[in-house]
Design a protein around this ligand. Structure first.
Ligand code: UD1
Ligand code: CA
Length: 461
């Protein structure tokens, strides 16, 4: 029978101490709620109902594109009360119903499937997924008797003895329809928080002499609920560790995996080496045999094979062809395209520009809104003056051009093939192919002046 899933995400997440609803906090660059919804998709549920409340519109906007029906819980009066708001939405579905929380982002689809399978096999009124974390603090505890699970006690309601129970409620359950509907009516709010607890359905099942089943989740990390920023940082580490292990298995070297961040959408080729403190964000791809040195951040960019990114570069929305080299301390801004074997060196900024095959800008340059041909040399301190205070203008540098150090190319301007721009030139007109462009104040050398000054200074002192 096809599952119907209810996801609870109406709470505000007080313990996050945030102006933003808890489920919108980012884990590995993605809102918590989307991690949960992504884990659900492979189960192919008949229907997914999402319970929203606190800042519902904001949460809604990040779940656009997911096949969910949203229901509202105007006042957050507990997890049991939250499920009650979904009753109408699920009324035509036959069940079983899986309930989970929007704050357990590490869950794997297979784990959810094994819960659904166990529930189908047991024929219980309710099957709860439990876990054995090293530290059970904060979770509801599973109280077992000789006949199995008796009830769940929340941390705030637990006795000292109950607090010692290590088996906890993951907040994930499967319910038989008839039982769920009747149990929701039976939950009371006589507890430390004055809330209607969904876990109380377990005791209600026992009271009604119905079977309760429990499935232990092997990996307690997976069931981790995010309640605070500390939980969030731990989840981030766990998630990153998993991903990093996967990439190492695929043939990528991570010199210090604990400090490397790789986004979900990133792709990395074999024999690529990532040094400590590297971040690959968004849809970034690295080909085979690339080297990314410490402190570099690559965002939404595509690199070919054998690319070298030296230390401390920021690379955004750029494309880098095979064997090109960037950095150290370079900034590639959106729209940068580097040709094969090209080199962008230290303290060079490139924006919305194409750099041709084998061309180099090795030191202290700004290249913006430019098209640079092949085998061009851009000297130290060269600047494309692309902005006149009103508009951006293009600079075109054709193949084989040599731009001497400290030249300013005042756009719009075109430097013809194989032309030579002398050091320090201010180029305000197009330069024809093979020409020399030089703009130089005549040099005046006055013999002996420096010597005289030095002697005067010594006399005074
Ligand atoms: C809950 C369980 C606890 C379990 C833990 C697992 C209850 C009473 N306790 O505790 O047994 O060990 O999860 O992580 O269920 N929510 C609503 N409406 C509400 C209250 C909560 O939609 O009125 C949503 C929240 O947005 C959240 C989820 O339900 O996504 C869980 O709520 P939370 O307050 O985090 O419950 P815990 O104290 O973690
Ligand atoms: Ca929680």
């Amino acid at each position: 029978m096809k599952l119907t899933i209810i996801v609870l995400a109406a709470g505000m997440g007080t313990r996050m101490r945030s102006a933003m609803p808890k489920v919108l906090h980012l884990l590995a660059g993605k809102p918590l709620i989307r991690h949960v919804l992504d884990a659900i998709v492979p189960l192919g549920p008949e229907k997914t109902v999402l319970v929203l409340g606190h800042q519902a519109d904001r949460v809604r906007s990040v779940v656009e594109g997911y096949d969910v029906e949203v229901v509202y819980q105007a006042e957050q009066r507990g997890t049991g009360h939250a499920v009650r708001q979904a009753v109408e939405a699920i009324s035509s579905a036959p069940g079983p119903f899986m309930v989970l929380c929007g704050d357990t982002p590490l869950l794997a689809s297979e784990t959810l499937r094994s819960l659904a399978d166990a529930h189908a096999r047991s024929g219980a009124a309710v099957t709860v997924m439990t876990a054995m974390p090293d530290d059970p603090t904060g979770y509801g505890r599973i109280v077992r008797g000789r006949s199995g699970v008796l009830r769940i006690v929340e941390e705030k309601d637990a006795t000292t003895a109950q607090k010692k129970i290590r088996e906890v409620n993951t907040g994930i359950y499967c319910f038989e329809k008839k039982f769920l509907l009747s149990a929701l009516g039976g939950i009371k709010n006589k507890n430390a928080q004055g809330e209607y607890y969904l876990p109380d359905t377990i005791a209600l099942a026992r009271k009604g002499k119905r079977n309760v089943a429990a499935v232990l989740c092997d990996d307690p990390d997976e069931a981790m609920g995010i309640n605070s920023r500390i939980d969030l940082s731990q989840a981030e580490r766990i998630m990153q560790e998993r991903k990093n292990v996967r990439w190492m298995r695929e043939g990528v070297t991570l010199i210090d995996p604990a400090t490397v961040f790789i986004s979900d959408e990133a792709l990395i080729g074999r024999d690529t080496v990532l040094y400590p403190n590297v971040r690959l964000e968004g849809k970034t791809t690295l080909g085979e045999g690339c080297m990314v040195y410490s402190g570099s951040r690559v965002v939404d960019s595509a690199c070919g094979n054998g690319v070298t990114i030296k230390d401390c570069c920021v690379i955004e929305d750029s494309r880098i062809a095979d064997k090109a080299s960037v950095g150290p301390f370079a900034h590639l801004r959106p729209g940068t395209v580097l040709g094969p074997g090209s080199r962008i060196g230290n303290f060079v900024e490139v924006k919305k520009s194409v750099i041709g095959e084998g061309s180099k800008a090795n030191h202290l340059a700004y290249i913006g809104d430019a098209t640079v041909g092949r085998d061009v040399n851009i000297g130290a301190g060269v600047i494309t003056c692309n902005y006149d205070g009103f508009q951006k203008h293009q600079t075109i540098i054709e193949d084989g051009v040599f731009v001497g150090s400290d030249a300013q190319l005042v756009a719009p301007v075109r430097i013809g093939k194989d032309a030579l721009v002398a050091a320090g030139a201010t180029v305000t007109r197009d330069v024809p192919p093979e020409a020399l462009a030089i703009s130089r104040v005549p040099l005046d050398i006055r013999e002996g002046v420096s010597g005289r000054r030095k002697r005067m200074k010594q006399k005074k002192g």
